[in-house]
Design a protein around this ligand. Structure first.
Ligand SMILES: Cc1cc2nc3c(=O)[nH]c(=O)nc-3n(C[C@H](O)[C@H](O)[C@H](O)COP(=O)(O)OP(=O)(O)OC[C@H]3O[C@@H](n4cnc5c(N)ncnc54)[C@H](O)[C@@H]3O)c2cc1C
Length: 441
């Protein structure tokens, strides 16, 4: 059996590692198509800034869900870097870990990396054929799409830098005032990078609610039984149940974080059993609050951020940007604070757009996804925030039919599963896809 994996970021690497493990000896070839030189890094783990830490503790970042100590042991074997499983290593080091595992799979001959992009796929009863940017073609029995995070169009047409574009922080004067749109984990990364580069000017972060991510604490792991979760219930009932759970855990000496973490094994089902209308309500009213409780920063980053705020170098405000005017080198920005009647003006040297990743699938800049939409092999999900994917990970075409040979894992499947953008969930998806391929072999 020949398996093609499109995309060699963290998801593509994990898919290759899991498929190689599960089907070792049974499989002809696993080929990862990734134009970049390395496999396993992608957008999140390519950073070389040591202050970009994982926002998940080491004990939850093993490549293998059934071997939680795997990453910790790998770090110990290299010597140092992580005194306990409750530590937060740099994202660059994590990229090395995934790269090393992918390297082992390549060295064993199970996995091959082809430095090329896939620009189209056709599927018939017999096989799938991938068309490659270089002009070649590749025939496979199954494809796993792992093209990940899509590039994002500019917010409302403002002249803003994308945080992960190379050079987005280059050429800034030490005291240059910076406006960051968004106050989540990407804003936190940018604040850390600016400080490390010696920037000493004002940084203002603005978001609709002005919420900052919470920080991790060493919590007790608690479980919640599926029978205690009102799947399909109205959003307000779900929020009420979560609050009650957090209050119970706190009264028992645990932490609210244990309640959020205890929901994690159930969040994909919660999402899938919500109606489109419930999902819309969650995205409008609940998502910002869920995100700051669920996606947390490392305690040492919380401390560094607190210092920046205490020194008056970072200010987080609730509000929105109404207008940006370029005046020579400067950007004059009109902002309305939440609850204020009148907008105020401020002047910045640069704006950085940290509002998150793209979510309109039809605006994708990825040629492969554009080709698959045009071919009718993909269709947007009911909310138009991603692509339609079946619970078996099969892509769903314009006619509603599930593909027999093309599956999706990782952030590209987000509209279908919601919580599948972080490693603890991605690795489980990859293992499940490996199981499905084993059944199909
Ligand atoms: C800044 C940041 C920090 C994060 N921190 C954490 C964390 O601490 N812990 C955690 O669990 N999760 C974290 N995440 C979430 C998660 O780990 C990432 O979203 C995850 O790495 C997704 O990887 P990916 O491979 O799916 O996507 P990407 O990283 O976007 O990689 C996709 C890859 O596919 C390739 N590709 C795309 N199209 C094609 C094509 N047509 N042909 C061939 N190749 C193609 C690209 O070149 C790219 O290498 C973070 C995410 C970000 C963005």
């Amino acid at each position: 059996m020949r398996i093609a994996i499109v995309g060699g970021g963290a998801t593509g690497a994990l898919a290759a590692i899991h498929v190689a493990r599960r089907l070792s000896g049974q499989i002809g070839e696993i080929v990862v198509f990734e134009p970049n030189e390395t496999i396993g890094r992608g957008l999140a783990y390519s950073t070389t800034d040591p202050r970009h830490l994982l926002n998940v503790r080491v004990s939850n970042m093993s490549a293998f869900p059934d071997e939680p100590q795997h990453l910790y042991e790998w770090l110990k074997a290299r010597g140092g870097a992580c005194p306990t499983p409750f530590c937060f290593i740099s994202r660059g080091l994590y990229g090395e870990y995934l790269g090393a595992l992918a390297g082992e799979a390549r060295a064993s001959g199970a996995v091959r990396h082809v430095r090329d992009a896939c620009i189209d796929i056709t599927e018939d009863r017999r096989a799938v054929t991938l068309r490659l940017e270089s002009g070649g073609a590749f025939e496979a029995d199954h494809v796993i799409l792992a093209t990940g995070n899509d590039a994002k169009p500019a917010v409302s047409g403002f002249p803003a830098e994308q945080p992960w574009a190379s050079g987005s922080l280059d050429g800034l004067a030490q005291n240059a005032p910076i406006l960051v749109i968004g106050s989540g984990l990407t804003m936190v990364d940018m604040a850390m990078s600016l400080d490390r580069r010696g920037h000493r000017g004002r940084v203002v972060a603005v978001s609709r609610r002005g919420l900052l991510p919470s920080a991790h604490r060493e919590t007790v792991l608690r479980a919640v039984d599926a029978g205690d979760i009102p799947f399909g219930a109205d959003l307000s009932k779900l929020v009420g149940r979560l609050r009650a759970l957090a209050a119970r855990f706190v009264s028992e000496g645990a932490d609210w974080r244990s309640a959020v973490d205890a929901l994690r094994p159930h969040t994909q089902r919660l999402w899938r059993e919500m109606s489109p209308d419930q999902k819309r309500r969650f995205l409008r009213h609940g998502r910002a609050y869920w995100d700051v409780h669920r996606h947390r920063m490392a305690p040492e980053i919380e401390q560094a951020l607190g210092k920046l705020m205490g020194d008056g170098r970072l200010t987080v405000i609730a509000g929105r940007v109404l207008e940006v005017r370029q005046e020579g080198e400067r950007l004059r920005v009109r902002m309305l604070r939440r609850g204020a009647r009148e907008a105020k003006e401020d002047v910045f040297a640069r704006i950085i757009d940290c509002t998150g990743l793209a979510d309109d699938p039809l605006k994708t800049s990825n040629p492969l996804l554009r080709a698959l939409f045009a071919r009718g092999l993909l269709r947007p999900d009911a909310l138009g925030i991603g692509i339609d994917v079946a619970d078996t990970f099969a892509i769903v075409g314009a006619d509603g039919a599930r593909s027999r040979r093309i599956r999706v894992v990782g952030p590209l499947a987000r509209a279908a599963f919601w919580e599948c953008i972080a490693i603890p969930d991605i690795r489980i998806q990859c293992r499940q896809v490996a199981e499905a391929l084993a059944d199909a072999s």
